[in-house]
Design a protein around this ligand. Structure first.
Ligand code: SOE
Length: 389
C-alpha cells in the first residue's frame, strides 16, 4: 500500500513499451498535478548489462534481473508490466498478492485461462485497496475519448454499425528478422492480440457495447524468417539461421455487439504503406464519427441534425482547452503516440490516491481476451459464428 506521497515504481521490461511507459513516468508529473509523485525506482530485465543500460537511458534509479526479489521489496508500490505476454500472469498475480498496484500492458495475457486468473487476483486485491489497470492506452487519445463522449451522449443516435481496421506494414519485408511478437509461446497471437485487441477495445469503449459473437479468419503470409542476430526487433540484423512464425500475420472478423449493432474488424502488419493506422468508423441513426490514429489530433463528426443543405462531416481538431487531457500545449498544438501513456498514468495515479477502481480493469482485459479467443476458435472452424464466452 502507498504510505507516503510518493508512488515507488518497478517496471518489468526494457523494450518498446518499457520506453513508452518510462517516458510517461518522466513527463506526466511535470504536466499534470498528481496527488502522488511517481518515483522511477527500479527497472527489471533479463540481461544485466542491457538492463543497466536501459536504466541509465530511460531514467530508472536501479536495474535488476530478478522480478521476484523486486516484488518482495517494501519500497515498491506499483509494478508496471511491459514484458512479453507469456510473463504477464505470473508477475501480475505475484505482485497483486504482495500488495502492489499493477499496470499491465495489453493484451492482458496470452490465454483466457491466464487472463481469468489475473482478473480473479485483481478482484481479490481490490478488496484490500490494491488497484490494477490494463494498458489500452488509445482510450486516452483525446480524439478517441471525445468520440466516446459524443456517442455516449447520444449525438449519433442509436449505434448500428462499427468498422475498425488496425493497419501496419512493419512485417512486409519477408527477410525481416523474427521478434518475440512472431512467437506464439511468447506473444499468444500475432496481429490479432497485438493490434486487433486495440480495435476491439476501442469499439467497445466508444459504443459502450461488447462483442458477443464473432466470425473470423486468420492468415500467416510468411511462415519462416531469419532468426535475430545482433540488436533488437526489426532494427536488429538477421542471422543465417531461420525460425518458424507461429502467429497470425493478419486477422479479420465480423462481430455482433450487445446493443444490437454489427461490427467488422481488421488487424494486419502487412498493409503496405499503412504505418500505424487505426481507423474507426461508428454509424448511428442520426450521425457518425470517424477516427484515424494516423491523424490522431482530429475527429470527424457527422451530425444528422444539421440543416439538410449543410450536412457533412466536420473535422474537429481535438487540441483545444475544452478537450480531454488539454494540459500540454497552447490551443491548436497537437499530441503524439506517447501522450496517451501519460494520460493513462495520470488517471491511474488519481485512482490509487483516491481509492477508485481504474478503467480499463483486468476484467475488461479478460473480456477482450475472450473476444480474441473466440476469433481464434471461429477461424479454426472456418469462420463459424462463435459466441464470446
Ligand atoms: C501498445 O499500446 C501497442 O499496442 C504495441 O504493443 C503495438 O505493438 C504497437 O504497434 C501499438 O501500440
Amino acid at each position: 500500500m502507498t504510505s507516503t506521497s510518493t508512488l515507488r515504481v518497478a517496471m518489468i521490461g526494457t523494450g518498446f513499451m518499457g520506453a513508452a511507459h518510462s517516458q510517461a513516468f518522466r513527463v506526466a508529473p511535470r504536466f499534470f498535478d498528481l496527488p502522488l509523485a511517481p518515483e522511477m525506482t527500479v527497472i527489471v530485465g533479463r540481461d544485466a548489462a542491457k538492463t543497466q543500460a536501459a536504466a541509465e537511458k530511460l531514467g530508472w534509479a536501479e536495474a535488476s534481473t530478478d522480478w521476484r526479489a523486486v516484488i518482495a521489496r517494501d519500497d515498491i508500490d506499483l509494478v508496471d508490466i511491459c514484458s512479453p505476454g507469456d510473463s504477464h500472469a505470473e508477475i501480475a498475480i505475484a505482485a497483486l498478492e504482495a500488495g502492489k498496484h499493477v499496470l499491465c500492458e495489453k493484451p492482458l495475457a496470452n490465454t483466457v485461462e491466464e487472463a481469468r486468473a489475473m482478473a480473479d487476483a485483481a478482484r481479490a486485491a481490490a478488496a484490500r485497496g490494491i488497484r490494477s489497470m490494463v494498458g489500452f492506452s488509445y482510450r486516452r487519445v483525446p480524439a478517441l475519448t471525445l468520440a466516446r463522449d459524443l456517442v455516449q451522449a447520444g449525438r449519433i443516435g442509436e449505434v448500428r454499425q462499427a468498422r475498425a481496421a488496425y493497419l501496419q506494414d512493419w512485417l512486409v519485408d519477408e527477410n525481416g528478422p523474427m521478434t518475440w511478437r512472431l512467437d506464439k509461446k511468447l506473444a499468444g497471437s500475432g496481429s490479432l492480440g497485438d493490434i486487433g485487441a486495440h480495435a476491439v477495445d476501442s469499439v467497445q469503449f466508444i459504443t459502450g457495447q461488447t462483442v458477443e459473437q464473432v466470425s473470423g479468419h486468420l492468415r500467416t503470409f510468411v511462415t519462416e524468417r531469419p532468426l535475430l542476430g545482433e540488436g533488437v526487433g526489426l532494427s536488429g540484423t538477421a542471422s543465417d539461421e531461420r525460425g518458424i512464425v507461429t502467429v497470425d500475420d493478419a486477422a479479420w472478423f465480423t462481430g455482433q455487439l450487445s446493443g444490437g449493432a454489427v461490427a467488422s474488424f481488421e488487424a494486419t502488419r502487412y498493409a503496405t504503406g499503412r504505418k500505424n493506422g487505426l481507423k474507426i468508423e461508428i454509424f448511428g441513426s442520426r450521425g457518425a464519427i470517424v477516427f484515424d490514429l494516423e491523424r490522431m489530433n482530429e475527429l470527424e463528426f457527422y451530425d444528422g441534425t444539421d440543416a439538410a443543405g449543410e450536412q457533412g462531416f466536420r473535422r474537429i481538431f481535438v487540441t483545444e482547452p475544452e478537450h480531454p487531457y488539454a494540459v500540454w500545449w497552447p490551443t491548436g498544438h497537437g499530441l503524439g503516440y506517447e501522450h496517451p501513456f501519460s494520460h493513462q498514468l495520470r488517471d491511474l495515479v488519481f485512482d490509487i490516491a483516491e481509492g477508485r477502481a481504474p478503467s480499463p480493469s483486468f476484467d475488461d482485459g479478460l473480456q477482450v481476451q475472450q473476444v480474441l479467443d473466440a476469433v481464434e476458435r471461429s477461424a479454426a472452424a472456418n469462420a463459424v459464428w462463435t459466441p464470446v464466452s
